[in-house]
Design a protein around this ligand. Structure first.
Ligand SMILES: *[C@@H]1O[C@H](CO)[C@@H](O)[C@H](O)[C@H]1NC(C)=O
Ligand SMILES: *[C@@H]1O[C@H](CO)[C@@H](O)[C@H](O)[C@H]1NC(C)=O
Ligand SMILES: *[C@@H]1O[C@H](CO)[C@@H](O)[C@H](O)[C@H]1NC(C)=O
Ligand SMILES: *[C@@H]1O[C@H](CO)[C@@H](O)[C@H](O)[C@H]1NC(C)=O
Ligand SMILES: *[C@@H]1O[C@H](CO)[C@@H](O)[C@H](O)[C@H]1NC(C)=O
Ligand SMILES: *[C@@H]1O[C@H](CO)[C@@H](O)[C@H](O)[C@H]1NC(C)=O
Length: 501
């Protein structure tokens, strides 16, 4: 055991530049000369090859004062070298690479208040290949221990939870999305009479008791004629049902009712919790609202209440082969449910106009700043409340995508110990220390033990990256080494297992 080290004198730390910080407006990265998916790599932590980031729009000193606190959360799609959930710092260095823990496709991944405390929820499962999936949600505490999992209960064909959305309410209630394939007469919509359709299901369950609290099936309330898609080549086979609705977000308000996003209906539905009836539609063919021209949206994602009279969403404004505007954008809408009018409160535009044909999100932070994840386009950025872009980062040149990107204040210390590797020979040795997921490590202290069992502090180093090198000179024979992770106040957070070199 190591005791807390008290800082009596100026600490003797050496500091190197982080090797794998985000590049700063690298033209080479942006022109694809580094490949479709540049990666970070480490000397000893070779199990980890997360994506390398590049600032598209640099964070200048002037803007640095305006950014919000917290870490960035996003999950890269299977085209990445090491796909999976990632937590990164503002400098682009990795805090947690969950790719090894969740090797199956992860999309949604966020911090939610399970049992009243911060937990991470991570979807993992199988993707259909056409925009939905079957899997389950994993609830991890701030020690990265899985404390619960949940999925949809009692649906036809044992259909599991889809990856689009989940949130936790009242301690242990969870909403989720599910896509159920069923037989359907598609002849009124230009498809086969003996066809197949996806019935989009909203389910809320009690995670603890496995009780279903609420269930809503899109086909009971929304006719396929409201869709902006047609069966086309889909619908004739049970393996390719027509996705007429495309459920991608559920938000529960203080009165317990649900705001439900149907991307292929271009509509947010406000659904009564006790009857399941639709109280109003915002957008689409049967909108109850008069929507001002600049507040119109289509193919949207991530509709959420931000106050009793504002809703944020990500307006894709396009899909494969279709473009409704010059660019996708994040949006904040003023929603007047008395006058039944909607207008634009604010929009958040990317540094370069682009249509994100799928995915994306808009997160309004406590200080009013906004994070927008561009979905199929591999970048995300932060805005001030007036819509000014503060910075934007790209995480791939091409192919790799992230369903959503979020900013969360997340304080975590893994229950597994830090890792250590010692290389080199006597007069010139380097130890490499890392601790996947630890958010609070400020410095590392390296210790050597001799046969007598005495432990000597050989060197210290400031944490500079996911992996930190600690160089030292070996003056005596040590049979083993350990490294201690210390927080900013000098408190020991954890100690590695002993390693020999
Ligand atoms: C990145 O470049 C911008 C200028 O484009 C500069 O203002 C900023 O300080 C640079 N950031 C870093 C971390 O070097
Ligand atoms: C189960 O799925 C198959 C297609 O995979 C479909 O034909 C069948 O109708 C589904 N069953 C139910 C009860 O929905
Ligand atoms: C969920 O179920 C458990 C076990 O029955 C119960 O203790 C808890 O209060 C329920 N949660 C809510 C929010 O009702
Ligand atoms: C919304 O429109 C539907 C039909 O167009 C109507 O039945 C319903 O009352 C309207 N709801 C509101 C809140 O205006
Ligand atoms: C120390 O070892 C590293 C490789 O581990 C090497 O690059 C460096 O040149 C060596 N320095 C000296 C002074 O031998
Ligand atoms: C490491 O830091 C501690 C705390 O500041 C200090 O007491 C100790 O002397 C340092 N060790 C080395 C080898 O510099």
């Amino acid at each position: 055991m190591f005791l807390t080290l008290v800082l009596l004198t100026a600490p003797t730390f050496f500091t190197l530049a982080a090797a794998e910080q985000a590049y700063n407006e690298s033209v080479k990265y942006d022109s694809g000369l580094m490949g479709d998916s540049p990666t970070q790599s480490y000397v000893a932590a070779t199990d980890f090859t997360p994506v390398q980031l590049n600032y598209e729009v640099a964070l200048t000193d002037e803007k640095a004062a305006k950014i919000s606190s917290g870490l960035m959360f996003f999950a890269t799609t299977p085209d990445a070298v090491q796909p999976g959930p990632l937590i990164i710092k503002q400098d682009g260095t990795v805090v947690w690479d969950g790719g090894a823990v969740f090797p199956q496709s992860t999309t949604s991944f966020m911090v939610e208040p399970y049992m009243g405390e911060d937990h991470m929820i991570v979807w993992s499962g199988q993707l259909s290949g056409v925009g939905y999936g079957w899997g389950s949600w994993h609830v991890l505490n701030t020690a990265y221990e899985e404390v619960a999992t949940y999925t949809a209960i009692g649906l036809p064909n044992n259909t599991l939870a889809d990856m689009h959305d989940s949130h936790i309410y009242s301690g242990d209630l969870a909403t989720m999305t599910a896509y159920v394939t069923q037989e359907y007469d598609l002849s009124p919509y230009g498809g086969p009479k003996n066809g197949y359709i996806l019935n989009c299901v909203v389910q809320e369950i009690n995670i603890t008791s496995s009780e279903v609290i609420f269930e809503w099936h899109s086909l009971d309330h929304v006719d396929p004629s409201e869709s902006y898609t047609s069966p086309g080549l889909t619908g004739s086979d049970s393996s390719s049902p027509w996705d007429y609705f495309h459920l991608n977000a559920i938000d529960k308000d203080d009165s317990g009712n649900y705001l439900i996003s149907g991307r292929h209906i271009h509509t947010l539905f406000y659904v009564d919790a006790s009857s399941g009836d639709i109280q109003w539609r915002l957008g689409g063919k049967n909108s109850n609202f008069t929507i001002s021209k600049d507040a119109e949206f289509s193919w949207q994602h991530d509709g959420r209440w931000r106050s009793a009279s504002t809703i944020s969403l990500f307006n894709n404004a396009g899909t494969i082969g279709q473009q409704d505007r010059v660019s996708s954008r994040g949006m904040l809408l003023n929603v007047d449910t008395t006058a039944m009018t909607v207008d634009l409160a604010q929009e958040y535009l990317p540094h370069k106009n682009a249509i994100s044909r799928s995915q994306g999100n808009t997160q309004i932070l406590e200080n009013g700043n906004v994070i927008v994840g561009w979905g199929a386009e591999p970048y995300f950025g932060e805005y001030d409340s007036a819509g000014n872009l503060l910075w934007e980062m790209r995480f791939a040149y091409d192919n790799v995508q992230a369903y959503r990107a979020y900013r969360f204040d997340w304080t975590a210390t893994p229950s597994t110990p830090p890792s250590l590797a010692v290389t080199g020979s006597d007069s010139n040795r380097t130890a490499y220390a890392w601790w996947n997921g630890a958010t609070e490590v400020a410095t590392w202290g390296l210790y050597g033990s001799s046969d007598s069992g005495e432990s000597v502090n050989l060197a210290n180093a400031t944490r500079i990256d996911f992996e930190t090198p600690i160089t030292f000179e070996q003056l005596e024979d040590y049979t083993s080494y350990t490294v201690a992770a210390l927080d900013a106040s000098g408190q020991v957070l954890g100690t590695s297992d002993a390693v020999t070199a």
